[in-house]
Design a binder for this molecule. Structure first.
Ligand code: EPU
Length: 417
């Protein structure tokens, strides 16, 4: 298993271009199942979750080709099967995104139940309830969700809690349903808006994505489309923190600043300088950033996917930062690893109380999930001596060539095979 070795103490400088958003590319690949005509996606990040999705689509009889770097062409004309097997869902929960499209296109879907993961229980009850309201017959047997429907019909659906992939799944199901679907209390995440843009380009009739109420008028069939995936706001945020925590000065190119304002505002609150100019964001760290508390919320609030990275930064800020995690019940696994590096962090239920600044020292640490891994890399960048981050496969699921790109900014980081 690969590891990353980081020798801390370098102020990062230079510029880095943001990749396409993993969490927008995944639903976009699932959406290609809705049409027998090929869909071409540009700006797809070459990360392992995309490779897993490619494998999943291939299992369904779908042709997925990579005509050029970061472009994926998906031809679901030969869609022959409708099962997402346990072996794939187990490695990537987002596989559940094929449930809505498969059911809408073929009238059948058999998808392994994802089960819990390192950050929480993560049920998919809202996905299932919504599909049932659209007329699907759903049974759970042998660890699989088995759904059938002659043709889904439009329904008025209220999510009892905001869910990103739940909104995406039902949106994809609704575009081919008979009649109108209203999705209330929908997720506002920019990735939902990106998916709606793709679906509209494929001929769907969708209104209101990015607001709590999405209206979809179902159509008989969709055609092909070509779509450029939005930039990754979490990757951009991770680079912002890398610049800030190392007291460096870096420029992030190709970002969509409007999608990461809460992260930008939080860093500004600590005194870090962040300047936005079109799709460029410049971040300059300061010698003594102030502690600032952060509470994760659904978009446009502070993202749970930035919480771990921000915690690494908080260890270097002056004062007490209270970090409250509202979205997932178990997303503080990085805290104990940061403590092993010398951080002062106390967990009280959903709150992590971080006292800073502390001198971090390099250690052997374990990435428990994708963002926890990013947090440990960031801590390693400021720690004294060498940090070895184990279980880098978590990072490889969602960051493209992270070590190379941090290396270009001056970080001393290498992959150990
Ligand atoms: N929830 C339910 N029932 C449901 C669905 C969700 O109780 O049917 C709960 C979840 O357990 C969680 C909360 O609702 O406590 C929010 O979960 P959500 O469904 O919004 O999360 P997700 O769609 O599974 C996506 C991202 C995550 C990101 C979350 C929150 C993708 C592929 N994944 O997950 O990304 O943390 O939204 O913003 O889009 C990551 O990239 O590292 C990552 C984990």
């Amino acid at each position: 298993m690969d590891k990353l070795k980081i020798t801390g103490g370098v102020r990062l400088e230079g510029s880095v271009t943001v990749s396409g958003a993993k969490n927008a590319a995944l639903p976009a690949m699932a959406a290609a199942l809705l049409s027998p005509v090929p869909v071409e996606l540009g700006n797809v990040p070459m990360v392992n979750d995309i490779r897993t999705t490619r494998k999943l689509l291939a299992e369904l009889g779908v042709r997925v080709t990579l005509p050029e770097d970061h472009t994926v062409r998906i031809d679901a004309g030969g869609l022959a099967r409708c099962e997402a097997p346990y072996e794939l869902v187990r490695t990537m929960r987002a596989s559940v995104l094929v449930l809505g499209p498969l059911l809408a296109r073929t009238g059948r879907a058999r998808v392994s139940l994802p089960g819990g993961c390192a950050i929480g229980a993560r049920p998919i009850d809202s996905h299932i309830r919504g599909l049932e309201k659209m007329g699907a017959d759903i049974r759970t047997e042998h660890g699989y969700v088995e759904a059938t429907a002659r043709r889904l019909r439009g329904a008025d659906i209220l999510f009892d809690r905001v869910t990103v992939t739940g909104t995406e799944n039902l949106l994809m199901a609704a575009v081919l349903a008979e009649g109108e679907t209203i999705l209330r209390n929908s997720a506002l995440e920019p990735e939902v808006v990106d998916l709606a843009r793709l679906l509209s380009a494929m001929g769907a009739d969708v209104e209101g994505a990015g607001t709590p109420t999405i209206r979809v008028r179902g159509v008989r069939e969709l055609h092909g489309a070509s779509h450029r995936v939005m930039p990754d706001r979490i990757e951009a945020g991770t680079f912002l923190v890398a610049g800030a925590v190392t007291k460096g000065n870096i420029e992030i190119l190709g970002a969509e600043p409007a999608t990461l304002l809460s992260t930008v505002e939080k860093l500004r609150e600590t005194g870090v300088l962040v300047e936005i100019d079109g799709d460029r964001i410049r971040v300059a760290g300061v010698e003594a950033p102030r502690a600032a508390s952060a509470t994760t919320r659904e978009h446009p609030g502070f993202p749970t996917d930035m919480q771990a990275q921000y915690m690494a930064f908080s260890t270097q800020a002056c004062g007490v930062s209270v970090i409250t995690e509202n979205i997932f019940e178990n997303r503080f696994m990085h805290a104990s690893e940061l403590v092993r590096m010398g951080a002062r962090i106390r967990i009280e239920g959903a709150r992590a109380i971080v006292e800073g600044p502390t001198r971090l020292s390099g250690a052997n640490v374990i990435a428990s999930d994708l963002r926890a891994g990013a947090s440990l890399v960031l801590a390693g960048l400021v720690a004294e001596g060498d940090t070895v981050v184990n279980r880098v496969y978590h990072l490889d699921r969602g960051y493209e060539r992270l070590e190379e790109r941090l290396g270009m900014l001056g970080a001393r980081i290498e992959r150990i095979h």
